[in-house]
Design a protein. Structure first.
Length: 714
């Protein structure tokens, strides 16, 4: 009796604390009480739980079941002891208890691999139980999070039967975090890793970070910036990394590091980093052995080489394969991998930057060692609001290619804008490369199924930082969430993920769910419209990449805006057909033909592939100039709608969260308007045409927009 009271008191206190904690820290793991009717229903189904087996990972699973179920169901749900009872949850590895031995379970789990799980409502000795089982402890933990998600989102637990395993092996965040605490393209405060305090002082947040990732199936993380500091590989830093790796381990989260190619010179005292020089190879072998002696659970290296001034094998007239293979050879005995980035561009400005990665990498197909993944950004330029899929996907059949998405919104309004990225990710994943005929989607390239590659990966440049709510904008959390869910299963739909996230984050009130879902699903297209409609790209502010900058013309040509939009008195756009750079020729037929022919090129990518006259008649019958105007206006209008749809939710959302998002959205509206006014007034100099019809006209001069003080919008 006494213990029940104590447990109840603790539970009530913790649920009160939880209910008050609306600062975003809890992410999608709030475990808010479900509706009363659901509570009544689920309380009958879930009276306790049993976790079989002992390990730090299973302990976490038990704790999550206890706190999660108690908070959501409004009754203390505790570990059951003694004989099996009706309506309990049984969690553990396959075969770890009598309940978990049935052949039905083992049959189903056969194809679940090392990380998959099975959730199943079944009868055991005439008792109704729900089983969470897997081939490994981490599988049990992933299953536990999925089960809790089902409870939180109000799923019917009768006849529960869910078998799930990840489609992608390495599901990895890339932190562009510097050792001094700053984050390249980070908009949510400082780095989560307080290097100066480590290894002695450990921030409890490290564990919460690992937990958040595990809850959505992310199993790997690169801790430091691709523009890597060689100090990272010194024993001093490796010892710090080891502490993080130890904390992450029970959550199934492996640690990787970005390395600078010239490290043997920077910290090893060698005179060269030439990958074919034996002393250099030896240095890497010793370094890798040292890394594993300090961090036994280490995953491998991420490398940015010969790109944006970073050193690489080409400095020694060697190829990317020479460089990657040297590292792969050193990592291979330990089971480590190399993720070698294809985001390369020369110091000499090429005729078309979009073509460079394929030109450099395709000839190397088949030359990489088995533990090398080539990491390719979703598009060939750089995380633009909309890009066609990267032509490298499908072009290197003998090499496993992994995806690099950007979760941090470098080009998408940073932490000012609400822009739900799942539609962007999906657009790329579902693009058909036609590499092996129809149906050769990017998704099949990266999940390995097109060419039977066992090693697969999807990375996302992280949007996390020291801000209390992790991602700056509360809705930034949905992008971290969506990335994790899609890396586990790229077939999930954007709307499905959005809905799940809304229910976990805000509430399951149907009015709230449908309104926020609409806002989220509209948001990316709105951003494309007010930033870079119809295939425009790379016309953002110089350096910081925030706000419009179609006028940017100074500096390295392929860092300017005019290099990309090429606006002149005749028209606008980058001619990439045979008549221009012939970047379209890098795609397989019929994609190449579709893109290169003005009449068949999708209008949403028109100016990516073609220089089009202002008067060109679009499919709507309107001129290109009119359509550009309509799109910019639609973008601004779309944001206005988002603002009013959000404001209508007042009273239905926690006030703190409501105010936070409202303020952000109001800034976004100003930012969108600034984008439209700037781009329209800038392009108007070339088109010499008026803003059509009764569309809103830029109120100020181009000069005003060029000098606009946007700091308040950040
Ligand atoms: C660009 C970023 C730059 C990164 C680079 C990269 O502006 O900060 O270092 O990509 O991916 O998007 O290496």
């Amino acid at each position: 009796m006494k213990t029940t009271i104590v447990i109840l008191a603790i539970y009530l206190l913790s649920s009160v604390l939880q209910a008050n904690a609306k600062d975003g820290y809890d992410l999608w793991l709030k475990y808010s009480p479900v509706s009363e009717s659901l509570q009544k229903q689920d309380q009958k189904k879930i009276t306790g739980f049993k976790v079989y087996g002992e390990s730090p990972t299973l302990k976490i699973a038990g704790n999550e079941l206890q706190t999660g179920l108690s908070a959501m169901l409004g009754i203390p749900v505790t570990g059951a002891s003694g004989k099996i009872k009706d309506n309990i949850i049984v969690a553990g590895k396959l075969g770890s208890s009598a309940e978990l031995k049935s052949s039905v379970l083992s049959d189903q789990l056969k194809n679940a691999g090392e990380e998959g799980y099975l959730l199943k409502a079944m009868k055991f000795k005439n008792k109704e139980i729900i089983v969470i089982t897997a081939n490994t402890d981490i599988g049990v933990l992933y299953g536990t999070y999925q089960f809790l998600r089902l409870v939180q989102t109000g799923a019917n637990l009768d006849n529960l039967s869910v078998l799930s395993s990840p489609k992608i092996k390495v599901r990895i965040l890339n932190h562009w975090d510097n050792l001094n605490g700053s984050i390249e393209r980070g908009y949510a405060g400082q780095s989560l890793w307080t290097w100066n305090d480590l290894p002695g002082k450990v921030d409890p947040r490290y564990q919460d970070y690992a937990r958040a990732n595990a809850s959505i199936g992310i199993n790997s993380t690169v801790l430091n910036n691709v523009n890597a500091n060689p100090q990272m590989l010194t024993p001093e830093y490796l010892k710090k990394v080891a502490v993080l790796a130890g904390i992450f381990k029970p959550y199934g989260l492996k640690v990787y590091l970005s390395v600078k190619f010239s490290s043997p010179m920077n910290i090893g005292g060698l005179e060269t980093a030439d990958p074919l020089v034996p002393a250099v190879r030896e240095w890497w072998k010793k370094k890798v052995a040292e890394v594993y002696s300090i961090i036994p659970e280490f995953g491998g290296f991420l490398v940015k080489a010969n790109s944006e001034g970073q050193p690489g094998p080409q400095n020694y007239n060697r190829t990317h394969a020479d460089g990657a293979n040297m590292l792969a050879e050193a990592l291979e005995p330990f089971g480590g991998i190399v993720m070698w980035r294809a985001f390369v561009y020369d110091n000499n400005v090429p005729d078309d930057r979009a073509k460079q990665a394929l030109n450099e990498f395709k000839p190397l197909d088949g030359q990489f060692r088995k533990n090398v993944l080539i990491q390719v950004k979703n598009g060939a330029i750089d995380f633009q609001p909309r890009e066609p899929f990267h032509p490298l996907f499908g072009a290197m059949p003998k090499t496993p290619l992994m995806m690099e998405f950007q979760i941090t919104q470098e080009y998408l309004g940073q932490s000012t804008d609400l822009c739900y990225l799942a539609p962007l990710f999906k657009e790329c994943l579902e693009s058909d490369t036609y590499a092996k005929g129809k149906g050769s989607t990017v998704m099949k390239v990266i999940d390995g199924s097109l060419e039977n590659h066992p090693l697969t990966g999807m990375s996302g440049v992280a949007n996390t930082g020291s801000d209390r709510n992790w991602t700056g904008h509360l809705f930034g959390q949905s992008n971290w969430y969506a990335f994790g869910r899609l890396a586990w299963n790229p077939s999930l739909a954007s709307g499905e993920i959005a809905e799940e996230w809304i229910r976990l984050t805000f509430s399951s009130d149907p009015a709230v769910v449908s309104a926020i879902k609409k806002i989220m699903l509209d948001s990316r297209e709105n951003s494309v419209n007010y930033m870079t409609p119809l295939g425009l790209h790379h016309i953002m502010g110089n350096g910081h990449h925030f706000g419009p900058g179609p006028w940017v013309s100074r500096g390295r040509a392929d860092w300017t805006a005019i290099y990309y939009h090429k606006a002149d008195s005749i028209g606008i756009g980058f001619e990439r057909s045979l008549a221009g750079s012939n970047a379209t020729g890098q795609y397989y037929k019929p994609v190449a033909d579709k893109f290169s022919d003005l009449r068949t090129c999708p209008e949403e990518l028109l100016l990516w592939f073609h220089h089009v006259p202002w008067s060109y008649k679009m499919r709507s019958g309107k001129s290109l100039w009119e359509e550009i105007n309509l799109h910019y206006s639609a973008g601004v209008e779309g944001v206005r709608t988002m603002v009013s749809e959000w404001k209508a939710l007042q009273g239905k959302i926690d006030p703190e969260e409501f105010d936070h998002v409202t303020k952000k959205l109001e800034k976004q509206q100003q930012l969108a308007t600034w984008w439209r006014n700037s781009c329209i007034s800038y392009f108007q100099q070339f088109s010499k045409l008026p803003v059509p019809g009764n569309l809103e006209k830029p109120a100020e001069s181009l000069d005003y927009y060029m000098k606009y003080d946007f700091r308040g919008l950040k």
